[in-house]
Design a protein around this ligand. Structure first.
Ligand SMILES: Cc1ncc(COP(=O)(O)O)c(C=O)c1O
Length: 496
């Protein structure tokens, strides 16, 4: 039966509750906003009234049978999926759940090395063995992109016992691999395909966007609706289709890592964002893509700058490109993306999504206005006029993008005895922590990998160029496996 996407079952019931003058002898302790605070003064009382925990009639996210189920069914329908799970811990949580529900300890999973840190953490939690596929490295832009089908094909043939293939659709920068072909090949060999669709939640809503995970036939995907569809930050979904998905195992894994007090505001925001996108997406995306196209043409007239589009990526062997991502190469001015990112914020009140050595990235959505793009172009003109006459030396690619060799499973490294050494003494040691620049949050080294001089050089470069480096350890140190104690310890500790 055709679904009625004008309905917002969870939001409607929540609003009814918020307006019902019910006496709240349950949690949350703010009692529907009855404790005055600075936030209520700004937002008004409604935000707290809508922040209910689990009153009668609002269903239970752990095992939905009422309005959450109805909202999730509408979500699944909008995404072309059979089933949808609402998540309040972002796609970070979706990725943990998908990997843990598919791989037991010591089972293999094939995945690109440029995965988000949540996939690495999923390896630690599940105990799975990663089989990494090297992504295509774009030396011109200084980023890692798609994975080549033939590399995945080879990894599948070399590891026929692997449980799943993990694909990013699209990468942070909007680049897409040939997901459909990967799915077909993996399914022929009885492997599941799970997708990190954190940056591709909008794909199902326009034929002008790359193919969505469900359309490509993938088994499971997690989508950050908060990133590109318009729900509140941290709200995501996990969608599935087909008979390979074990829903009992998936549900129990989700419930293991989901709060027992999920935010009703986040859930309601998923419900209303789905409705808005279902009706507005198809008309607004072609307009947005044209706005992005015109913006690229304007940027390409600014000396020292270059805005790339899908034709650039397809020429570089990627399958497709999400034109709502706006990449501008700025290193032609002799300055880094990090410099421009900072200057745009400090001098022009413009916040970008991220910077890399050579580029800046703006993430557009159907909420982006023409005036917002005009402001970016104007600011870039000012920056170009400032730096171009300085005739700074063109920035040379300093990043080596070498991928470290794995010594042991991430989980084993996570649990091993550790010690801390200064970075310059870490060559050839085994990392016991992930180190990444954020954003994008893609680890340069992960637990269990051998730290090479190339890795340390890349880190040093990132540090000097002012990017935010995330790791457990601070102050120029890194956590490594204490090999001496590891040997003694592994005798007494049986990991799984
Ligand atoms: C590629 C990728 N995957 C997953 C995530 C995690 O998504 P979320 O922020 O919804 O937890 C991110 C976040 O930036 C990401 O960039």
């Amino acid at each position: 039966m055709e679904k009625d996407h004008r309905l917002t079952p969870f939001f409607t019931k929540l609003l009814e509750y918020a307006n019902s003058h019910t006496i709240a002898h349950d949690v949350p302790g703010h009692k529907l906003g009855q404790i005055p605070n600075d936030l209520i003064d700004i937002t008004g009382p409604m935000m707290f009234k809508l922040d209910a925990n689990a009153p009668r009639g609002l269903d239970n996210l752990n095992r939905p049978t009422g309005v959450i189920k109805e909202a999730a069914d509408l979500m699944a329908d909008a995404f072309g999926a059979e089933k949808a799970y609402f998540l309040t811990g972002g796609t970070t949580m979706g990725i943990l759940a998908m990997v843990m529900a598919v791989c037991r300890a010591k089972e293999k999973i094939i995945l690109p090395r440029n995965v988000h840190k949540s996939a690495i953490n999923a390896l630690i939690l599940s105990g799975a063995v990663p089989v990494f596929v090297k992504p295509y490295i774009d030396h011109e832009l200084g980023i890692a992109n798609h994975i080549d089908f033939h590399e995945v094909e080879q990894a599948i043939l070399d590891n026929p016992e692997a449980k799943a293939v993990f694909v990013i659709n699209p990468t942070y920068f909007g680049v897409v691999s040939d997901l459909k072909k990967i799915v077909e090949f993996a399914h022929e060999r009885d492997m599941m395909v799970i997708v990190d669709e954190a940056h591709g939640s909008h794909f199902p809503f326009s034929p002008h966007l790359p193919m969505s995970s469900m359309e490509a036939g993938a088994d499971m995907s997690s989508c950050s609706l908060h990133k590109t569809v318009g729900s509140l930050t941290q709200s995501s979904i996990l969608i599935t289709q087909g008979s390979r998905v074990d829903h009992i195992r998936l549900r129990s894994t989700i419930n293991m890592i989901q709060s027992t007090s999920p935010s009703s505001l986040l859930l309601a925001s998923l419900d209303v964002a789905r409705k808005a996108m279902y009706f507005d997406g198809p008309t607004h995306f072609p307009i947005l893509i044209e706005m992005a196209h015109q913006t690229r043409l304007k940027i390409n007239k600014i000396p020292g700058l270059r805005a790339v589009d899908g034709s650039y990526f397809v020429k570089n062997q990627s399958f497709d490109y999400d034109e709502t991502k706006l990449i501008v190469k700025v290193s032609g001015l002799g300055i880094t993306g990090f410099d421009v990112y900072k200057e745009l914020f400090d001098e022009h009140h413009i916040q970008l999504e991220l910077a890399e050595t050579h580029l800046i990235l703006a993430v557009l959505s159907i909420g982006t206005r023409q005036t917002d793009l005009d402001a970016l172009v104007e600011a870039l003109v000012v920056i170009s006029k400032k730096y171009k006459p300085m005739k700074l030396k063109p920035l040379l690619p300093k990043i080596k993008y070498s991928y470290p060799e794995a010594y042991t499973r991430p989980r084993e490294a996570y649990h091993a005895p550790k010690k801390y050494v200064p970075l310059n003494q870490a060559v050839d040691e085994i990392a016991a922590e992930s180190v990444m620049i954020y954003p994008p949050g893609i680890p340069i080294v992960i637990p269990g990998e051998i730290i090479s001089q190339d890795i340390l050089d890349d880190l040093d470069f990132y540090q000097k160029s002012g990017s935010v480096i995330l790791s457990d350890t601070e102050g120029g140190y890194i956590k490594i496996i204490d090999k001496e104690y590891w040997e003694k310890w592994s005798v007494i500790y049986e990991d799984e």
